[in-house]
Write a protein that binds this ligand. Sequence first.
Ligand code: UD1
Length: 371
Amino acid sequence: MLKVINVVGARPNFMKVAPIVEAMRGRADEFASLVVHTGQHYDAEMSDHFFRDLQLPDPDVYLDVRGGSHAAQTALVMQRFEPIVLAEKPDWVVVVGDVNSTLACALVCAKLGVPVAHVEAGLRSRDRTMPEEINRILTDQISDLLLTPSVDADENLRREGIAPERIRFVGNVMIDSLRANLERAARSDVRERTGVANADYAVVTLHRPSNVDDPIVLRGILSALEHIAARLPIVFPVHPRTRATLETMRAKEAENSVALSQIIFIEPLGYLDFLRLYSGARLVLTDSGGIQEETTWLGIPCLTLRENTERPVTIELGTNVLVGTSAEAITREAFAALELPPASGQRPQIPLWDGRAAPRVLDALLEASKF
Ligand code: UD1
């Protein structure tokens, strides 16, 4: 029997951990699983709704860390996670993705000599100004078992000198969640609530600091969205980080921000509502990592508003196009994508994005425990 602590911290973690926890509960003779939530994300829309939608059990331990600078947040997660590991003495700690909580918990384990497995290992944007890139590189260096979503990730790790026996290609756990929840999501009325049912529409998400923290950069992106919104409605669930900048801008632009009324700004959505929304979209514009993968799996055109991606397979085999952040390029590429016939429902085939990555994570943990 393996005792495993599964760590979640921020929104993009929940849909990666849910299928792993579910698989462990289904193999209770082999795994005793605990969920520790660091509390990096704490708003109901950023956290609680995801537990409910993904049928994740309530966390066994909640560290209530919340915001702060990267240093403060990372340090507080470490400080609060260490006593949990000392008390629980797990055989493995599983961390996912690339958020501050991922690195903080992996570092605690490395120092205590507790085995740590990193799910979604090996992704690289090669852009060290991205906080997530630092988190990925460091987490991979100190984790014992590196579970990768795509073959490019294996290559990245080998190039960084990581021993091949620490690497296992297991596929994409996020796609496990997507496949498992498509049917339940169909019951969401989010398209009706936002007024886009039976229409062509686009969906936008933005939260990357480089896009949303500087009002001038965000203004540029919004001006592209205004052009696109003149052609089809855009639904924009707004991340708290983006909302903060928008509020400052709104205060300044109150008198002349007319065109923005064309964009449907809403609160961040839960997992099922958001899945329902983007799965019906004509076009998605995003700076998220996970959404590049989800749209690829569904065959929905995605424009990524960044200069690079750590998920090249979504470009090589999927529907993703990197467009950068200039208003001109975003507008041009969006109109070009809208000229193409709508997605045919044909789904790109990405190796091991088959809905069975979580059982492979469990198998890899068992196998690695033999030595
Ligand atoms: C974090 C992750 C990022 C991930 C994103 C998804 C890191 C380095 N970044 O970025 O990889 O794609 O989550 O959302 O870990 N806030 C709230 N309520 C919340 C959560 C955050 O108001 O529930 C506020 C915070 O107080 C802060 C801001 O939003 O002011 C940013 O939160 P933070 O957790 O620092 O990073 P994200 O930008 O969300």
